[in-house]
Ligand binder design. Structure first.
Ligand code: PMV
Length: 312
């Protein structure tokens, strides 16, 4: 029996535009998905609190990529999932699930995969299930920390400490649908949407400099960049009444900036709060959301001691 875990993430800047080759910045967070795997006689058994159709798809594709379809016919696997991440909430739950499954199953079969291979297999799983994926989620979930990502390549970033509060609307939406809505809009208005992607790319580039640990953090400018990026995400139509409500409530409570994170539709926003965590958390609650204080996780995918089995 092997237990592996991988962290969720927030995209600080650049979601959606990253699918079209623009840069984006993501950090791993201290909420993880745990996957326990063990060999059984035959078949694939999956146990999870959120056993949606896509959960099963992510796990099956991950197993198939690691051990191959031939071997899958001969060898059964039992998978137990325990996740601290809401499914479809914009916190990278599917990538954390894929990456943790790849690590757990490969270790179970004595297959030694490096981080690069795990991230790329995770990307393949996401692309199979979602049709399109930039790959940023499996990369950040595999490596942890903070990354600047573009077209399957990334740089590890040493960033200034940030104080962030996540606001979850309590509902989720499908990343696949959100990506396809943006793609539809791009087909309709190619010049306009491509320009917006370009501007989001410029925002990510600027944010990279501000976040860099060797510069003094200018929270005001970082907040402005978040607000600008959020406005552009709204222009894509990936915001909702509840997401906008949480963004506005956080800003009114003193956040320097607030924006949707991930695919949008529903899911999560995050607010940049220097010293106003309590006020912002209360404001998010009053606006009907669920506040989640988080910290950056420097650990990416990892094996867990078997004693950790009490959590799953
Ligand atoms: O909502 P999430 O956690 O699946 O994030 C998706 C981010 C997108 O940029 C919309 C898609 C991608 O593959 O980068």
């Amino acid at each position: 029996m092997v237990i592996a875990s991988a962290p969720g993430k927030i995209i600080l800047f650049g979601e959606h535009a990253v699918v079209y080759g623009k840069p984006a910045i993501a950090i791993a967070i201290t909420k993880r998905t745990y996957v326990k795997s063990r060999k059984i006689d035959s078949g694939i058994q999956i146990f999870s609190k959120d056993k949606t159709k896509s959960t099963i798809e992510y796990v099956k594709h991950a197993i198939e990529l690691v051990i191959g379809t031939k071997r899958m016919k001969k060898q059964g696997i039992n998978i137990i999932i325990d996740s601290e991440l809401p499914v479809g909430g914009g916190l990278g739950s599917s990538a954390a699930l894929s990456v943790a499954t790849i690590k757990s199953v490969s270790s179970l079969f004595g297959i030694d995969l490096g981080k690069e291979e795990i991230a790329r297999l995770g990307w393949k799983v996401e692309s199979k299930v979602q049709d399109v994926s930039s790959g940023i989620d499996p990369f950040i979930s595999t490596y942890g920390g903070a990354i600047y990502y573009k077209n399957g390549r990334f740089n590890y970033q040493q960033i200034n400490p940030l104080s962030i509060v996540i606001g979850f609307t309590g509902s989720s939406s499908s990343t696949k649908n959100m990506i396809s809505n943006v793609s539809y809009l791009r087909k309709k208005y190619p010049k306009i949407i491509d320009h917006i992607f370009d501007i989001i790319g410029v925002i990510s580039e600027r944010a990279k400099i501000i976040l860099d640990a060797s510069n003094n953090l200018n929270v005001n400018e970082l907040g402005d960049l978040m607000n600008l990026n959020n406005g552009l995400l709204k222009a894509f139509g990936v915001s909702s009444f509840s997401l906008s409500n949480l963004v506005d409530a956080s800003l009114l409570a003193g956040a320097f900036g607030a924006k949707i994170t991930g695919a949008g539709g529903e899911g999560c926003i995050f607010a940049l709060s220097s010293g106003k965590e309590k006020e912002i958390s209360t404001a998010i609650e009053m606006a009907g959301g669920i506040p989640v204080p988080i910290e950056i996780s420097f650990d990416g995918v990892r094996l867990e001691p078997n004693s950790k089995k009490n959590i799953i």
